[in-house]
Design a protein around this ligand. Structure first.
Ligand code: SF4
Length: 251
């Protein structure tokens, strides 16, 4: 595992605008994932890239896909301190197997002391907990990058159904691109990819976890539910704040 080097670039204003995202989506309309993703990476069409990975149920597909093109691309993992032990073991296994350039991101100690001393904020304010354990550490790390690669898929939930392959990250005003290589993959294609490349499954998948986040906020999925229905069950919350629900496509 590597450490995040000191961020040596200043925020110089928006890097990309909506027009750039539209142009890139149009450029690759009809292209297969490997073809357009390879072009984006090898032709440096989106600047400095980082993968944001939870090392969850289907993360191995994106990590393998990208590592086959360039395994040096940084993989940002949010070490919230609340993961299942199985996730941490799986993270280490995939890192080794794909020779990933993994960077673990931690919440600020001061933030934890001030806002979550008991470690139970998830139980009464999950938005606040995600803010200090996920959103802030990621925001800080992403300043060093022009675009992030996510593993979001349209079939996972209604809030992801209309996302484009490439969009502007609306979480800040820096004009960063958010790239969703698997957005048009369905469950069968993901399963076929795992089989074709003999990728290991997250150990909790066989116990009924279709989407895996922090342990206090994840339960097994029941038959007929959205794959993400087991995340923050009982709360009016569908995303951790890294991705905004209802983001509109610009195609
Ligand atoms: S998913 Fe749960 S435990 Fe993890 S950061 Fe968010 S609220 Fe906290």
């Amino acid at each position: 595992m590597n450490e995040l080097r000191a961020i040596d670039r200043l925020d110089t204003g928006p890097r990309y605008c909506e027009h750039d995202a539209v142009r890139l989506n149009r450029m690759f309309r009809g292209s297969d994932t490997d073809e357009w993703l390879r072009a984006v990476i090898e032709d440096n069409l989106a600047g400095d890239l980082a993968i944001v990975s939870s090392f969850g149920a289907e993360s191995a597909a994106l990590l393998h896909l990208v590592s086959q093109i360039d395994h040096r691309i940084p993989v940002l993992f949010l070490e919230t301190g609340k993961h299942f032990s199985e996730t941490l073991a799986y993270r280490d296994e995939l890192t080794e197997r794909f020779s990933l350039n993994r960077i673990d991101l931690y919440p600020e100690l001061e933030d934890l002391q001030l806002r979550d001393e008991s470690g139970l904020r998830w139980s009464y304010d999950p938005d606040g907990c995600c803010e200090l354990r996920k959103v802030k550490p990621l925001e800080k790390a992403l300043i060093a990058f022009d675009a992030s690669l996510t593993g979001r898929k349209a079939f996972q939930s209604s809030t992801r159904a209309n996302l484009p392959r490439i969009e502007i990250d609306t979480s800040d005003a820096q004009g960063r691109l958010k790239i969703n290589p698997l957005i048009d993959w369905d469950a069968d294609r993901i399963a076929a990819y795992f089989e074709e490349h003999e990728l290991p499954r997250h150990p909790l998948v066989e116990r009924g976890y279709a989407s895996i986040g922090c342990s206090p906020c994840t339960r097994e999925t029941r038959p007929g539910e959205d794959p993400r229905a087991g995340r923050w069950a009982g709360w009016d919350k569908v995303e951790c704040g890294i991705h905004q629900p209802g983001e509109e496509p610009f195609l």
